[in-house]
Design a protein around this ligand. Sequence first.
Ligand SMILES: Nc1nc2c(ncn2[C@@H]2O[C@H](COP(=O)(O)OP(=O)(O)O)[C@@H](O)[C@H]2O)c(=O)[nH]1
Ligand SMILES: [Mg+2]
Length: 497
Amino acid sequence: MFETLSERLNGVLNKLTRRGALSEDDVAAAMREVRVALLEADVALPVVKEFVDKVKERAIGAEVLQSVSPGQQVIKIVHDNLVEMLGGSLAPEQTALMLQVTPPAIIMMAGLQGSGKTTTSAKLGKRLQEKDKKKVLLASLDVRRPAAQEQLRVLGEQAEVSTLPVVQGQMPVAIAKRAAEAGRLGGYDVVILDTAGRVTVDEDMMQEAADVAAAVNPHEVILVADALTGQDAVNVADQFNKRLSLTGIALTRVDGDGRGGAALSMRAVTGCPIKLIGVGEKMDALEEFHAERIANRILDMGDVVSLVEKAAETIDQAKAEKIAKKMKKGTFDLEDLGDQLVQMRKLGGMSGVLGMLPGVGKMKKQLDSANMDDKVLVHQAAIISSMTPKERHNPKLFNASRKKRVAKGAGVSVQEVNRLLKMHRQMADMMKKIGKKGAKGLFGDMGDMGGDMGGGLPPGLEGGMPDLGPGGLPGLGGPGSGLPPGLPPGFPGVKKK
Ligand SMILES: Nc1nc2c(ncn2[C@@H]2O[C@H](COP(=O)(O)OP(=O)(O)O)[C@@H](O)[C@H]2O)c(=O)[nH]1
Ligand SMILES: [Mg+2]
């Protein structure tokens, strides 16, 4: 699977690793080739465009790591964006089947004729029984094709999964209700409903599926789509999703799909996660879909990716240690503040940083309305870069005319410069205290931080910080903290209500 795409992508990116330095033009040229490779793999155009733009932006903005080559860094960025495109940022509960319900969990399979509904139903039944130790009942609602119900019975027998006995002449909604009832009475954990498909998307099929869904309220509505049909599979999924609100997609015939267009576009176009992939005709050829694993299959460069990860960790750790030393000595200057702002932007801006802390999700709106967006960080970084190195190391130099000059250079008002200087003063003071008292000192003193950006201390922080780990603040991002490395110490402008 994905061989064609994999070969192309690896070819383009391999060329990059052999180069010493990379210019913006080199990256742009490589991205043009990546773009062609993705389009040839039948990935949807808007998805390709977004992908290439994001990779370019991140590659050009990336901090240069010492121990790896720029090309290796680009590969890591491509890899991360592939994972993202495949739905890698989704929480496990969004990508796994919902089975933790009062039994039986009802799973409805929908899709076009020949997409693999019946096969996938039987495979899934077998998988749930063997791997998850669930007792499964299969039921065919396909009364359109004479042999359909018999087909499921035979597959069920092969897979050693029970099937609902066929009652001749019964209609789909009635069969669905009977299956749910049999599931309850028979002590089944899961009931899988295999519905009838049509050759193309049509109103009859949609109505029948909607009626079945209304009758039994399935916990999962899975669209089965044939990967070999590429963008058609994505369009079909989109149409079904608008009518049925799907909970997930089972992509079949991925074993024969060298290009991967359907798998790559599905999530971005439909907003619906791929939960299962069919990788063969045999009853055990069904896998859970893991974005990271699929990305690794496509981009066969796992060692490069982990190398870059390690290098990035080391750099962040070295920085954190440097800052920690400065904190202790009380020499945190504007240069360091500038570094911190860059780090924060890398981590997705202020709300990105705060969003990583527990209990902060709810605060996002407030943060946005308080103007704590990237624009503030961009302005602050601009102010600092308009200063001379001397000024950065010794903020006491700032008189009215220096402030005016810096404001002009950064394209901001003098007030904004004042605000930044005040923020730095407060941070430096605070850090001196931490240097003496350890991290706990910071959050006791958070209220003293002025900050003109408003906001409010996130609820998770009000009672002090979650376990900071040894080493004081830099430990925020350290092992065991659950936070990414390099989380900047101190959040400028965060003010307690
Ligand atoms: N190679 C391969 N064939 C599959 C896969 N899933 C289903 N099939 C085949 O596709 C054909 C149609 O499947 P079926 O389940 O009857 O489709 P339905 O009409 O949607 O119920 C059968 O011959 C299956 O063996 C898969 O993941 N890989
Ligand atoms: Mg069928």
